[in-house]
Design a protein around this ligand. Structure first.
Ligand code: ADP
Ligand code: MG
Length: 254
């Protein structure tokens, strides 16, 4: 059996006395698109950061392609085991942020080419060739030489997506990829993400774009106060939510 692309098991995470994730269980199959919804402060970004190992959970673990990447802090043997596999895994997870986070002093081409060179995966000419190809894929073939300040927010976010693709990740995580964009620029970014979704890339997307979620998601997860309140196909969670909290949230964002 093929391992899950991402498996989150019994994850609890505190910031000081504040419990931010409270026993999260989530399985994402290869090629599947998962959309995470939830009110502000419900733990969505923290969950993505735990999956990407930017944060360690106090309890529980995360595995990516069947390999453990986060373990209980107090289990030294498991911890040592996990430290050895973290690096290999991190580079197979792409992350796209709300605010693009491009390098301001690099062109679009070099923003995309930087990581494969820095990690020793490709030579500079190879990485630049790949970057041209990926920028073409996100509709920016004519912007390879542009600096971030010369690009619109939508174009910058598409460069960020090309950059995430450059490490050939098994999974790409998106944290509210269109929230910082002017409304007329949202569509071009969602179209690129939709193209990835239909090409079989495993995606986990935090977004408030409900129409988009209905179109692309295999599963929708509703998170509230660090707990998954409801999860299932969009036809259930979005169209026939069982829980009052889900209904209340959807009535506010729709
Ligand atoms: P969401 O993305 O759903 O809005 P977050 O995961 O960003 O939620 O945050 C969940 C909760 O954890 C919030 O109450 C937030 O204030 C808190 N939090 C997030 N990051 C930190 C941090 N680094 N230190 C302390 N508290 C944090
Ligand atoms: Mg967030």
């Amino acid at each position: 059996m093929r391992p899950a692309a991402v498996e989150v098991h019994g994850v609890r995470k505190w910031y000081g006395a504040h419990r931010v994730l409270d026993g999260v269980e989530l399985t994402v199959s290869p090629g599947e698109v998962t959309v995470i919804l939830g009110p502000s402060g419900s733990g969505k970004s923290t969950l993505l950061r735990v999956i990407n190992h930017l944060e360690k959970p106090e309890v529980g673990y995360v595995s990516v392609n069947g390999e453990l990447i986060g373990v209980r802090r107090h289990d030294r043997r498991l911890k040592e085991l996990s430290e050895r596999v973290i690096l290999g895994q991190r580079s197979r997870i792409g992350f796209v942020f709300q605010n693009f986070n491009l390098f301001p002093h690099l062109t679009a081409l070099d923003n995309v080419a930087a990581a494969p060179v820095a990690t020793g995966k490709l030579t500079k000419p190879e990485a630049q060739e790949l970057a041209r190809e990926l920028l073409g894929r996100v509709g920016l073939a004519d912007k390879v030489g542009a600096y971030p300040r010369q690009l619109s927010g939508g174009q910058q976010q598409r460069v960020a997506i090309a950059r995430a693709l450059a490490l050939r990740p098994g999974v790409i995580l998106f944290d509210e990829p269109t929230s910082a964009l002017d409304p007329e620029l949202v569509g071009e970014v969602l179209a690129v993400i939709k193209d990835l979704a239909t090409s079989g890339t495993t995606l986990i997307i935090v977004t408030h774009e409900i129409g988009f979620a209905r179109e692309v998601a295999d599963q929708v997860v509703f998170l509230d106060e660090g707990r998954i309140v409801e999860q299932g196909p969009p036809s259930e969670v979005l169209d026939h939510p069982k829980h009052e909290r889900t209904r209340d949230f959807l009535s506010k964002v729709l």
